[in-house]
Ligand binder design. Structure first.
Ligand code: TAP
Length: 454
C-alpha cells in the first residue's frame, strides 16, 4: 500500500498522510458502485431528493471544518475556503430539486404513443484538479447523483482532504456508501481506471488540456461519454469609455484570486490604447494593495501556490529580462509564495502571453479598436471566460458575441454561478456543467413506442 504526505503549501508542514487507492481497489470500488445502481435508481424520486438535501445540510453544518481543512491543504484564504464549502452545499441543494423533475416527453406518432424516459447513465467517474477541490467535485457529483447515477470521485493527489471529508458527510447523511465513493490516488492509476474500466459510463474531467486530450482519446476507445473542463487564458478587455477606476480596482481580483490558480483567471488585460496610461496608474495601487500572506487570516486576499514544483513552473515565466511593470508583495520564508506580478510584454507571441501560467501573473497589451480587441482576445487556443469593460451596452453585446469563450461578464469579473451553465470552447473544454441543463449530461434519453392498434 502506498501512502502520500499531504503538505500545507503556506508552511511546507505535513498535515496528513493519505493511503493511495490501487488499480485493483479502484476496479473493486467501481464494481461495488455498479452493483449499487439498481437500488439507487429504484428509490422514489422524493427519497433521493431528501437524501441530497440531508447531504447539503451535513455540508452546511461542517462548513467551518471543511474550510479549515482547505486552508491547511490548499493554502486557500479562509474567506475563499468558506465560500467553496458553501458552494458544495448550494449545488447539492440546487440539484436536490432535480429527481422529482426528471420527466420525459410524450411525442405524437401514428399507430400508438411514444414516450421518452431520462435514464441514469450508470457509474460516473469524476476527476478533480487541485485548484478548487471542493466546488469542482460538487459540480460533478451533485447532478450525477440527482440523476440516479453512482459516483466514484478521484481528488487530486495534492489535495484529497476535503473530498475525503465530503465522502464521510455523504455517508452520515444516508447516501448509500457504494453510491458515492471517494478514491484518493494517482491520476495515472485511479483516474486511468475510470477511463479504461467499461463499467464507468461517463468521465467528468477537470484539469489541464494536455491530460484532457488523453482522457478524451481513452474514452473514445469505448465510446464513453466525457465532459472536459480544461485550461484558460482569458482576456479582460477594457475600453476607454469604461469606468476605469472600477475596471482597475477589479482587475487584480479577476486574476490573483486563488493566487491565479484559476482556469477563469483574467490573465491577459487588453486596454484601449488611449486609456493605457491612466489604467496603469490606477492598477498599480490596486495590485500593491492585494494582501498576500497567512491564508488563515481573515484579512488575507491571496495565499501561496500549491507546491514547490508549481512555484518553479510559475517563476519560469518571469526572469530578470521580463518587463515587469508592477510587482506586489509576498512573504519570505517557508511556503510556496509568488508576488502578484504585472508584465507589459514585448511581443504578442511571448510565452507569457500565450501559455496558461496558472499563477499570479498578468500581462497588459493595448488595442486600437473593437475589431482588434476581439482579434487579440481570440488569439488563443483557449476559450473559457473573459470580461468586457465599457459603458456602451451595444458594444458590450457585440464584443461578447465576438469573443470565442464560454463564460463572459460585462463590467464584472464574475465567472461561476451554480444556476447558470459553465464551460469552455476550443481547447478549454467540451460540454457544460451547472445550470438547469446539467442533468441532461448525466442521463440518456430512452424512447419507447407503444402500439395501440389491433
Ligand atoms: P492535471 O494535471 O490535468 O490533473 C487533473 C486531475 O487529473 C488530477 O486529479 C490528476 O491526478 C488527474 N490525472 C492526471 N493524469 C491522469 C490520467 N492519465 N488519467 C486520469 N486522470 C489523470 O491538472 P492540474 O494541474 O491538477 O490542474 C490545473 C489545470 O486544470 C489547469 O490547466 C486549469 O486551467 C485546469 N482547470 C480547469 C477548470 C475548468 S472548470 N475549465 C477548472 C479548474 C482547473 P493527480 O493529481 O494524481 O495528478
Amino acid at each position: 500500500m502506498s501512502v502520500t504526505d499531504v503538505i500545507n503549501p503556506a508552511t511546507e508542514d505535513v498535515v496528513a498522510r493519505v493511503e493511495q487507492t490501487s488499480a485493483e481497489e479502484t476496479d473493486a470500488a467501481i464494481a461495488r458502485a455498479h452493483a449499487a445502481l439498481p437500488a439507487w435508481k429504484a428509490l422514489a424520486p422524493a427519497d433521493r431528493a431528501r437524501l441530497l438535501r440531508r447531504f447539503a445540510e451535513a455540508v452546511d453544518a461542517d462548513v467551518d471544518h471543511l474550510a479549515d481543512l482547505e486552508v491547511r491543504n490548499s493554502g486557500h484564504t479562509i474567506g475563499n475556503a468558506r465560500w467553496e464549502a458553501g458552494n458544495v452545499r448550494d449545488v447539492l441543494q440546487y440539484y436536490s430539486a432535480a429527481p422529482e423533475r426528471l420527466f420525459g416527453r410524450q411525442i405524437p406518432v401514428p399507430g400508438g404513443v411514444d414516450i421518452t424516459f431520462a435514464e441514469p447513465l450508470g457509474v460516473v467517474g469524476v476527476i478533480v484538479p487541485w485548484n478548487f477541490p471542493m466546488p469542482i467535485a460538487g459540480w460533478g457529483f451533485a447532478p450525477a447523483l440527482a440523476a440516479g447515477n453512482a459516483v466514484v470521485l478521484k481528488p487530486a493527489e495534492l489535495t484529497p482532504l476535503t473530498a475525503l471529508r465530503l465522502g464521510e458527510l455523504a455517508r452520515e447523511a444516508g447516501i448509500p456508501e457504494d453510491v458515492f465513493q471517494v478514491l484518493p490516488g494517482r491520476g495515472s492509476v485511479v483516474g486511468q481506471r475510470f477511463v479504461d474500466n467499461p463499467l464507468v459510463r461517463k468521465v467528468v474531467f477537470t484539469g489541464s488540456t494536455e491530460v484532457g486530450r488523453q482522457i478524451m482519446a481513452g474514452c473514445a476507445a469505448q465510446v464513453k461519454r466525457v465532459t472536459l473542463e480544461l485550461g484558460g487564458k482569458n482576456a479582460n478587455i477594457v475600453f476607454a469609455d469604461a469606468d476605469l477606476e472600477k475596471a482597475a480596482a477589479s482587475a487584480p481580483y479577476g486574476v490573483f484570486d486563488n493566487a491565479g490558480q484559476d482556469c477563469c483567471a483574467r490573465s491577459r488585460i487588453l486596454v484601449e490604447r488611449g486609456a493605457f496610461e491612466k489604467f496603469m496608474e490606477l492598477l498599480e495601487p490596486a495590485v500593491q494593495g492585494v494582501v498576500v500572506g497567512d491564508p488563515a487570516s481573515e484579512k488575507t486576499e491571496m495565499g501561496p501556490l500549491i507546491s514547490a514544483a508549481h512555484l518553479a513552473s510559475v517563476a519560469s515565466y518571469v526572469d530578470t529580462e521580463t518587463p515587469v511593470a508592477i510587482r506586489g508583495s509576498a512573504p519570505e520564508g517557508p511556503g510556496f509564495w509568488f508576488p502578484p506580478t504585472v508584465v507589459v510584454p514585448r511581443e504578442a507571441t511571448d510565452r507569457i502571453v500565450t501559455e496558461e501560467v496558472f499563477g499570479p501573473v498578468v500581462t497588459v497589451q493595448t488595442f486600437a479598436d473593437e475589431a482588434e480587441a476581439i482579434r487579440l482576445a481570440n488569439d488563443s487556443e483557449y476559450g473559457l471566460s473573459g470580461s468586457i469593460w465599457t459603458e456602451n451596452l451595444g458594444r458590450a453585446m457585440r464584443v461578447a458575441r465576438g469573443v470565442e469563450a464560454g463564460n463572459l461578464s460585462v463590467n464584472s469579473h464574475s465567472s461561476v454561478r451554480y444556476w447558470t451553465p459553465f464551460g469552455g470552447v476550443k481547447q478549454s473544454g467540451l460540454g457544460r456543467e451547472l445550470g438547469p441543463d446539467a442533468l441532461a449530461a448525466f442521463t440518456e434519453t430512452k424512447n419507447v413506442f407503444i402500439a395501440t392498434e389491433g
